[in-house]
Write a protein that binds this ligand. Structure first.
Ligand code: SF4
Ligand code: SF4
Length: 347
């Protein structure tokens, strides 16, 4: 199970699409439950991954130290905005296996969304974390200003990130013309990116592009039967007030409440009956499935982009089969488990 542990609802940034801190009555800024109740559950779970979340989780580093000292031999990660990473020494970071750093691509695109000077800090942080041997994952938010090919390739070219993941800025933000962006920029860019992926694969190198790996993994190995992020089944969020949630960002919604650390339920899988893409998409995102802020039509537009994304990736499986057959790459190289990284697979 993946345990997303929110350490505070407070954030030191106010990104354009996010708005910064949670309301304190929804996600308190300090932890208000018995830490031993949580460490006990985690330690009993042989397959536990723990990822710290916020707000900006490093604003409550004391809690992170306390929980880390109580859990043994678990995969530990953090989702951070990357601005405070260098305030902590090697001793602190030694407890970690992986870190997701929010960065949207090229400096001008990132700083437009996240604030001036943020790009440089995050890039320095990525280098700092890598110097301790921590796996780094770039976590991009894709807006209408993104050039997906240029921005992913820019991050890839820095050589500081083991994997790159992105999510479309849809549903939780105001509506914008997704289909126009998809047709004119995003889908052609994905196609170019997939070509790059295949070019590298033909030389035996698998690029760590999470949406591609996640879709290929569902093709070659286990298909998704639920949202790939695991919300409410393979993953739970422990909110600072002690509530157990399905999805970390939807702390104010009652459908998202699963209970508390002593007694919590699982949620059911989405009903996407009739959609032949379900095995690769898994319903994409619980939050957008439940809260259709963009209406039914908006939901269908996002599905359309998802289907086209899956098509762009799977068009290449014949060539991948050949590379596997020739021994250039191994089938196993295409296995990807989003619950080990706290990623969502489908942008
Ligand atoms: S593309 Fe849409 S309908 Fe199909 S599985 Fe994904 S979320 Fe469900
Ligand atoms: S994909 Fe959706 S349901 Fe899953 S964690 Fe992200 S916002 Fe929540």
């Amino acid at each position: 199970m993946l345990y997303i542990v929110t350490t505070t609802g407070r954030c030191n940034l106010k990104c354009r699409y996010c708005g910064g801190s949670f309301r304190e009555d929804i996600v308190p800024y300090d932890v208000r439950y018995d830490i031993d109740a949580l460490s006990h559950i985690i330690n009993r779970d042989a397959d536990a991954t723990v990822v710290y979340y916020g707000g900006e989780p490093l604003l409550n580093s004391e809690f992170i130290r306390r929980l880390n000292s109580r859990i043994k031999d678990k995969r530990i990660g953090i989702q951070t905005n990357g601005t405070l990473v260098r305030n902590f020494d090697e001793d602190f970071w030694n407890a970690f296996d992986f870190a997701l750093l929010s960065v949207d691509g090229r400096e001008e695109i990132n700083d437009l969304n996240r604030g001036r000077g943020v790009y440089r800090k995050v890039i320095e942080s990525a280098g700092y974390l890598k110097s301790f041997g921590i796996e780094t994952i770039a976590r991009m938010t894709v807006t209408e200003y993104t050039d997906i090919y240029e921005d992913v390739m820019h991050l890839y070219g820095l050589g500081l990130f083991d994997r790159i993941h992105w999510q479309l800025d849809v549903v939780w933000d105001g509506r914008w013309d997704l289909l126009k962006f998809a047709e004119s920029s995003y889908l052609p860019g994905l196609r170019r990116l997939m070509k790059e992926f295949m070019h590298n694969a033909s030389r035996g190198d698998i690029m760590g592009i999470v949406p591609f790996l996640g879709i290929l993994s569902a093709y070659y190995f286990e298909p998704y039967t639920h949202y790939p992020c695991g919300a409410g089944q393979g993953s739970i969020t422990v909110n600072t007030d002690g509530r157990v949630l399905a999805c970390p960002i939807a702390a104010e919604y009652t459908w998202n409440n699963l209970g508390n650390l002593y007694n919590f339920r699982r949620i059911s899988s989405p009903d996407c009956s009739g959609c032949e893409y379900f095995r690769y998409c898994g319903g994409r995102c619980l939050f957008s499935y439940m809260e259709r802020y963009w209406g039914e039509e908006g939901f269908r537009e996002i599905c359309e982009v998802t289907r086209r994304t899956v098509d762009i990736v799977l068009e290449n499986v014949k060539d991948l089969d050949e590379l596997i057959g020739r021994g250039t790459i191994k089938r196993e190289d295409l296995r990807y488990d989003p619950l080990k990284d706290s990623t969502e697979v489908i942008p």
